[in-house]
Design a protein around this ligand. Structure first.
Ligand code: ATP
Ligand code: RIB
Length: 300
């Protein structure tokens, strides 16, 4: 089930990459070379992917990020435009190239990713603050991921809190500045590993992912939604505690971007007025469908 939704305004703050993907029988061990039939190029980056997922869900989406002044940057922006994403707050760096992710996907759909940040490392706190603060009418939801400088992440969360709009933080990857982010009560959407890392960062001991999520929810006083891959989603709210949603059945070819799909669809539904549980259910369903296609955005 995927409920289309219209009209919500979402601002996404995060990375824009070009993904270079080789599908191989298995992932390489350290120092090993594995061979696949070819390399394919896809639009990527957690921010850009989530922006596309939200736009395809029906939200009005603005992306705040950075690309280089190069062919990769031009094609990245053209793809975002084609998906209806507003790129007016994407800066173009004269110094750094567009971010690139080198991705290997195995026959089970598991991946290994190395990212060269390039221009993503130049996303600026002032640029982020201005885009969120001056947005008129204000967005309904700000979605932030952490492949950009920590001060830009903190600026996004502060500006969203000041504007009184939903703020979702996908803490991927975990960065030290998340300790400050937690003080601004965002909705968190970690995967299991990130959930443990954040609980440890806030000084809480946790043996299980449920304990870690509960500790995080006590720290922020806000919902915590843990994505569990083929294990589905754990949805926690301070009022109602935790509920587990099973993953929907899927033929798995490539899990790259499943988390981004979840976050983009979730943000779009919250922005359009859905309840947190409605938004999580629809996002869980959309993310399951996304893993059946190679390429982060192909199955969105
Ligand atoms: P990524 O960083 O690759 O985007 P992630 O680690 O942030 O991913 P996951 O927890 O792996 O995110 O997956 C996000 C969501 O995608 C899951 O909560 C689930 O809804 C869906 N999903 C992922 N893998 C599967 C699967 N094998 N079958 C069904 N649904 C899946
Ligand atoms: O979440 C998937 C994304 O992570 C890929 O598109 C890649 O660019 C990396 O940023």
């Amino acid at each position: 089930m995927n409920i289309p939704c219209r009209g919500g305004r979402v601002q996404v703050v995060g990375a824009i990459n070009v993904d270079l993907v080789v599908v191989t029988p298995r992932l390489p061990a350290p120092g090993e070379t594995v061979v696949g039939p070819r390399m394919d190029r896809y639009g990527g980056g957690k921010g850009a992917n989530a922006a596309v997922a939200a736009a395809r869900t029906g939200a009005q989406v603005e992306l705040i990020g950075a690309v280089g002044s190069d062919d990769n940057g031009e094609s990245a922006l053209a793809e975002l435009r084609a998906d209806g994403v507003d790129i007016g707050s994407v800066s173009v760096s004269a110094e750094s190239p567009t971010g690139v992710a080198l991705i290997v996907v195995d026959e089970a759909g598991e991946n290994q990713i190395a990212v060269g940040s390039g221009a993503n490392a130049e996303v600026d706190a002032a640029q982020v603050d201005e885009a969120i603060t001056k947005r008129s009418p204000p967005s309904d939801c700000v979605l932030v991921s952490t492949e950009i400088p920590g001060d830009a992440v903190v600026a996004a969360v502060r500006a969203a809190e000041a504007a009184g709009v939903w703020c979702i933080v996908n803490p991927a990857p975990p960065i030290p500045e998340l300790a400050e982010v937690l003080r601004h009560h965002p909705i968190l959407t970690p995967n299991a590993g990130e959930c443990h890392a954040l609980a440890a960062m806030s000084g809480k001991d946790a043996d299980t992912v449920g304990e870690a999520a509960d500790a995080l929810m006590q720290t922020t006083g806000a919902p915590v939604i843990v994505t569990l891959g083929s294990g589905g989603v754990l949805v926690g709210t301070p009022a109602d505690g935790f509920e587990h949603l099973d993953a929907e059945p899927a033929v798995v070819r490539d899990t790259t971007g499943a988390g981004d799909t979840f976050n983009g669809v979730f943000a779009a539904h919250l922005a359009a007025g859905a309840t947190l549980m409605e938004a999580a259910r629809t996002a869980n369903s959309a993310a399951a469908r996304s893993v059946s296609y190679v390429g982060a955005r192909a199955g969105m």
